[in-house]
Design a protein around this ligand. Structure first.
Ligand SMILES: NC(=O)C1=CN([C@@H]2O[C@H](COP(=O)(O)OP(=O)(O)OC[C@H]3O[C@@H](n4cnc5c(N)ncnc54)[C@H](OP(=O)(O)O)[C@@H]3O)[C@@H](O)[C@H]2O)C=CC1
Ligand SMILES: O=C(O)C1=N[C@H](C(=O)O)C[C@H](O)C1
Length: 244
């Protein structure tokens, strides 16, 4: 893969995130969307010059270096298969994946670079470390994670809530409780709350524009271009020198 001319296929292109990726990809030098895949195969106004294939014709998509996937669990297997068939890397933000699908990501990482992240925002990348630190310092306090999203979101708890829950477990060995709210057009909010006797610690992240996730995924794609096969972590890739 040529890191100065990275050829990208966008999977789940007609969705909220797919369209944001198409809209913003043009801003990034060294990166080119060569095709998009959606269920209908209709040309998308965000990138009218990009050929769009219906999912049934994914195999006909042109060669690419990386697939950026924001779809749904039922569509995800096809995106991963397309990567393996082309020797292309994968940047995926699809949440609600099954254990089998996470195992398939591990297996694919033996052949191609793979980066799956439940959240491509810089703030949540930092929040993980804070949550782990708080959980380790407050092992006897109650831990709860409350996530709020728009009414169209299908999975609950959100992928971010679950990975923040993993940080809680890493810190104190016990899982938190989860609560999910679906309301209006909330882009994505996560509250991690530690409650003791007479005091409460709250760590909150609020996304107010989903373009931050699209920018994060494009940034991940650019950074993955210089890497070989393996499983990569968004936080580690982004915070390689400890800061954004
Ligand atoms: N990691 C992160 O930072 C973020 C992750 N997400 C996650 O990204 C995913 C997409 O979110 P969002 O864009 O809001 O969702 P949308 O529902 O808007 O988009 C989903 C996309 O997947 C396509 N799709 C659905 N079912 C199938 C199928 N059976 N076969 C092929 N394609 C299919 C849809 O096509 P069609 O238009 O035809 O329905 C659409 O293009 C979700 O899992 C969400 O949780 C979201 C934001 C940030
Ligand atoms: O579906 C969404 O919108 C979002 N999904 C991700 C998740 O499940 O955590 C990330 C973000 O919160 C938006």
């Amino acid at each position: 893969m040529n890191p100065d001319d990275l050829k990208i296929l966008v999977h789940g292109a007609s969705g909220r995130m797919g369209r944001a990726v198409l809209r913003l990809a043009g801003e990034r030098p060294g990166l080119r969307v060569v095709a998009a895949v959606s269920r209908s195969g209709e040309i998308l106004p965000e990138a009218p010059e990009v050929p769009v294939l219906p999912v049934a014709r994914l195999a006909e998509a042109p060669a690419c270096d990386l697939v950026i996937d924001f779809s749904l669990p039922e569509a995800f297997d096809a995106a991963l298969a397309a990567c393996l068939a082309r020797g292309a890397g994968l940047v995926s933000g699809t949440t609600g994946l099954s254990e089998r699908q996470h195992a398939a990501l591990d297996a694919a990482a033996l052949q191609v670079p793979v980066l799956w992240a439940a959240n491509f925002s810089a703030g949540v990348a930092v929040l993980h470390a804070l949550v782990r630190q708080a959980a380790a310092a407050l092992p006897s306090w109650d831990a709860d994670i409350v996530e709020s999203h728009h009414v169209h979101k299908k999975d609950a708890p959100s992928g971010t809530a679950l990975t923040l829950g993993e940080a809680v477990v890493a810190g104190r060995g016990r899982a938190p409780h989860y609560a999910s709210l679906r309301a209006g057009d909330i882009v994505g909010e996560h509250l991690v709350q530690f409650t003791g006797q007479g005091e409460r610690l709250e760590l909150v992240h609020r996304a107010t524009n989903r373009e931050i996730f699209a920018r994060g995924a494009l940034e991940a794609a650019s950074r993955l271009a210089r890497r070989g096969p393996g499983r990569y972590d968004f936080g580690q890739l982004l915070l390689a020198d400890g800061r954004i």
